[in-house]
Design a protein around this ligand. Sequence first.
Ligand code: MGD
Ligand code: MGD
Ligand code: SF4
Ligand code: MO
Length: 723
Amino acid sequence: MSSSGGSVQPASRQKKTFCRLCSGRCGLLLSLADDDTIVDIRGDHDHPLTQGYGCIKGLKAAEIHNAPQRLLQPLEKQPDGSFKPVALELALDRIAHRLSEIVSNHGPDALGLYRGTQHYTNTTAFHMLSAFSKAIGTRSNFSTMTIDQSAKWVTDQRLGVWAAGRNSFASADVWLFIGYNPLVSVQSINGFPALNPTKQLKAAKQRGMTCLVIDPRRTETARFADVHLQPLPGEDVSIVAGMLNLILQNDWHDTPFCEAYVDGLEDLRLAVADFTPSYIARRAGIDEEDFCALTRQFAQAKRGIAVTGTGIDMSPHSNLAEHLVEALNVICGRFNRAGELVSNSGAMSSPRPVRAEVIAPARRWESSQRSRVRNLGRLFGEKMSGVLAEEILTPGEGQLRAMIVDGGNPVNALPNRELAQRAFSSLDLLVSIDPFMSDTAQLADYILPPTMMFERADMPMLFEKTAFPQPFAQYSDAIVKPPIGSDVCEDTYVFWALAKRLKLQLNFAGEALAMDLPPSQESLLEILMRGAQVPLAEIKTHSSGKVFELPEQIIQPPSERREHHRFCLAPNDVLQELAALRNTAEDSGSRRAGQRFPLRLAVRRSRSVINSSFRDIDAITQRMPYNPLWMNPDDAEELGLSDGAMVSLASAHGRLRASLKCDDSMRRGVVAISHGWGGQQGSSVNDLVSGSAAESEAINGMPWFSAIPVAVSPCDDTVTFVK
Ligand SMILES: Nc1nc2c(c(=O)[nH]1)N[C@H]1C(S)=C(S)[C@@H](COP(=O)(O)OP(=O)(O)OC[C@H]3O[C@@H](n4cnc5c(=O)[nH]c(N)nc54)[C@H](O)[C@@H]3O)O[C@H]1N2
Ligand SMILES: Nc1nc2c(c(=O)[nH]1)N[C@H]1C(S)=C(S)[C@@H](COP(=O)(O)OP(=O)(O)OC[C@H]3O[C@@H](n4cnc5c(=O)[nH]c(N)nc54)[C@H](O)[C@@H]3O)O[C@H]1N2
Ligand code: SF4
Ligand SMILES: [Mo]
């Protein structure tokens, strides 16, 4: 099976599937030769939502499957640190043996489970890991969410959630993107349906939708903006507080909605009163008139919401910022109301009534088990990944001693790379389910390479309601077999086989699994599809997927139980943090001559890779050999630096070397470099990130990955930088 190198065989058949490398779920058309070789991959023009779109990663997925770096046998770490191949069943025996020792000596919480990004796109693995976690009884569940956008979880828990959902993109006359660039990230997490995102945004603009963007960079998304504010990173709280202030002063908010469903409006009004347009313009480095225009256009529209991404959720005060953004949607009443008809999304799940009601904030982290490190609560059953390294390194009752990582690379992804490396090296047992020798796999006792996406049956079921506003469903069977002679398995099999050896009964999505014979991928999908609105057999007949014609749903009035629930706009912790921030110096981080770290480092993703995945695959390296440091050309000139120069990038925490790339889409005073690199290739941004308590959020331990004060200087080192 190869589409690169060697003699190219003629294609004899075509197969449709969908890409699972990111949440874009693009329909793909694969041309295959008789021996299963993938000859060609194109976007599937018959896919009703992605309509032929596919990015470089999906279109080069054959090279990813067939990369010479792909691991095809399980590996076991030897006492001298080298790896030796080991048969899968033997590896599982040994892992199970060590796990049972660790759990019986230290209790189940000593085992940590970590869901990475390539786990989140694998539907059955997601449910199987949950089943394994419950069966073994560990509460040490970690995921990337808490080093990503868990400010959204905190906001749900202290502001509340509208059960009938926010206004849909299709019905919107305005949309505000804050620190979110879906035209590159293709991420649908918050209401923007990012499938084939450029086409969606273009179409919306053509029907007259106003597009507003707050992002320090003139992003691909910002090119469609009617108003684009380019603030200094880390100033979103002030900007959004200012928007709330202007809206409330002008009575642009939705008074009947607020009267019916909102507590704390007057407290919020007072708390934001000092965030005047001129103050904000000075503080965030934006134009006052643009700020007022953006606010007016957002507030005076009828439908549409503000949505956020990692830019805002990774900067300091992210929980507060996210709360205020959602408060914007709340006070403007941008929610679906009783009696309205909404699309019946969720073809692959069971039907549920939609109600116009508030799910009251529960502040669950306050009543949940607290972490040993920093006394953090749990959110949605998870511990905070921001303190994962310290949880491993801190001795005493409850110390983490074993980790199973599925589809993730925490050693690269966590803040403070040196600490993360030290922590993961010190574990009694580390298992990495990964087809590649990632930074984490390198430290593992066992690496279990899994099947890759074209080798497993799947459905794009996880988070389907956020991804697909319409009742869309698709099924793909396994299109190619794993390479001949390989000893790979489904990610689900690892958890099932360990449970069997540990004599645990697994309950997969509520169903007791037989523990004598491993379940097929197919049978697991069947369990997940029980009670779905469209039967699996019907879905299978539409190889490009289909938007099914399910009748629209009428939004019901509130249930008795939630009739009196209200949003909590101004809880005390929000008010206190806001007041403290208002009192910090206006130009706290702005660019000042003589400052040790005069620039701000912003997060930014690259089209060619997903975090640390695939960066060393030839097809990708040809386009992006390393991660450059992007800087506005005028800043570069001022520093006497030219394109391609090797520079040193320093924060108060650390220093790295990078290759400079002048980019006029960057705001002056702001630099960016993608995370996920380092080691033999490029620069590791997490050398600059401390993740200490002082540089993380209080509730969720979210490390500050953006808006980091940095300095750039020429690097004397003349070594060239590729690989
Ligand atoms: N090609 C590709 N796609 C990906 C990924 C990838 O690595 N590559 N990663 C995937 C993952 S794991 C995730 S979580 C998503 C993330 O998806 P997004 O959140 O859309 O990530 P970015 O594309 O980096 O967009 C973040 C934007 O925030 C801006 N920004 C930085 N700091 C600030 C700030 O303080 N305030 C404001 N207002 N803006 C700021 C940056 O300039 C940038 O444009 O993408 C997913 N998709
Ligand atoms: N400084 C800084 N740090 C960050 C961020 C940032 O913006 N700046 N972003 C944060 C965010 S949003 C996230 S989500 C995390 C990313 O956190 P992680 O998910 O921990 O890191 P990834 O690099 O996405 O790891 C994915 C792993 O999956 C493996 N993989 C590839 N294909 C498959 C497959 O088919 N099956 C399996 N099982 N594995 C596969 C890859 O080889 C790779 O090792 O990083 C966070 N860290
Ligand atoms: S955007 Fe690219 S990586 Fe994401 S699903 Fe589509 S083809 Fe795959
Ligand atoms: Mo992420």
